[in-house]
Ligand binder design. Structure first.
Ligand SMILES: C[S@@+](CC[C@H](N)C(=O)[O-])C[C@H]1O[C@@H](n2cnc3c(N)ncnc32)[C@H](O)[C@@H]1O
Length: 366
């Protein structure tokens, strides 16, 4: 009898007789079945969302940290590399939005992806100051900026009584809180206002009362806005410089005032100033802009005035001065004035003083 030879081929498994397949047992335990249902069902639950971030470039790391916590909470944590990538996408959007307007927002939208992670999209939406003020008109009760004119302004205007003709320019006149009373006192007033709906309101009030007011719907910083040379005895910008972006814009305003004021003419404006010895950092400066409270240091003001034919002749805190001189029923001018004028729209320090102050600055054209 020939011996039985079993041949092996490289790579071919040893042939064994198939073992019988295990018979699956049937699960009927309700708890186990519930777990099994949820294990299958869980993939059908997902989170999608939108996060709105004010366009503040200095906050990029803070925002990335906040978003990473959302990813962890929804069970899709990002790796360090993915977070770095997110930062690289977010930062230019914050910068572009902020450059366009301090009222811009960056929108971060995320969705589940098919591979189990998340996909996201980052964009920015620009909103202008005039858009914001239009909303004020639609949603707030007038008077938006108070019912009485600034007492410091009236005092300065009255000090000009010796002049034969007094032309006044009210820059950023708003709804005419200062323009209308000055015109009622007999002064000839030009109101320059960039927000169309406010310019219309002043125009309507001036027409109704036949007041000596000319209204210009324009941006004082616009390249086409030129001053009639040496025409005004007094110009005022009340609560306007707090909207400016930087000291270059303030310098441009002051230079235009030098054109428009006659020699000896006065320019009264108010601005937030950092208290002496406090130097706001980049984050604080950006945040001051988005909170309608642009902060300037004494060096910024000196830069803005440098070599212009203008001298600073008087300076004082707005809050204390107006509180002392306005009639009791006119105080506070608005519901927001107290916090805003004391720098608390930027620094929420309700019990303490903030390192900034809204100040009246009175300048004379040389
Ligand atoms: C807080 S309100 C003050 C209004 C008014 N001066 C008052 O004290 O009642 C600021 C006003 O300045 C205007 N404004 C801001 N920047 C301006 C600019 N560059 N040119 C003209 N108006 C401006 C705004 O539209 C707004 O009406």
């Amino acid at each position: 009898m020939k011996p039985q030879v079993i041949e092996f081929k490289v790579g071919s498994p040893l042939q064994r007789p198939p073992s019988p397949a295990p018979t699956p047992s049937i699960v009927t335990d309700p708890a186990q079945l519930n777990d099994a249902i949820m294990a299958r069902f869980h993939s059908r639950i997902y989170t999608r969302g939108e996060v709105v971030l004010p366009a503040v470039p200095s906050l990029v790391d803070y925002y990335v940290q906040g978003l990473s916590e959302i990813f962890v909470a929804i069970g899709k944590p990002f790796t360090e590399e993915e977070l770095e990538n997110l930062k690289n996408i977010l930062l230019p959007q914050l910068e572009d939005g902020f450059r366009a307007s301090p009222h811009s927002n960056v929108i971060f939208r995320y969705d589940p992806s098919e591979t189990g992670g998340i996909t996201y999209n980052v964009s920015h939406v620009i909103a202008s100051m005039t858009d914001q003020y239009k909303t004020w008109v639609e949603t707030r009760e007038p008077p938006l900026f108070g019912s009485h004119p600034d007492t410091k302004l009236l005092e300065v205007a009255k000090s000009l009584h010796h002049l034969p003709q007094i032309n006044i320019l009210d820059i950023g006149a708003g709804t005419g809180r200062n323009t209308l009373p000055l015109a009622r006192m007999g002064y000839s007033v030009d109101a320059l206002e960039v927000t169309p709906v406010f310019a219309e309101q002043i125009e309507a009030a001036a027409t109704a009362e036949e007041l000596p007011i000319r209204v210009y719907n324009a941006d004082i910083l616009g390249p086409l806005v030129r001053m009639a040379p040496a025409y005004y005895s007094l110009a005022v910008a009340a609560e306007v410089v707090s909207h400016f972006r930087d000291a270059d814009q303030l310098r441009l305003l002051l230079a235009k005032m030098c054109d428009g004021l006659h020699s000896g003419g006065l320019f009264l404006f108010n601005t937030f100033m950092a208290i002496d010895g406090y130097e706001p950092d980049q984050l604080t400066r950006e945040m001051s802009e988005i909170n309608w409270s642009t902060i300037f240091t004494r060096e910024d003001i000196a830069y803005a005035m440098n070599d212009l034919p203008l001298e600073l002749i008087e300076e004082m805190p707005v809050y204390e001065y107006e509180k002392m001189n306005l009639p009791a029923e006119a105080w506070p001018p608005t519901g927001w004035f107290d916090n805003w004028a004391n720098g608390r729209d930027l620094f929420w320090l309700p019990e303490q003083k903030t390192p900034m102050e809204l100040r009246w600055l009175l300048c004379r054209r040389l």
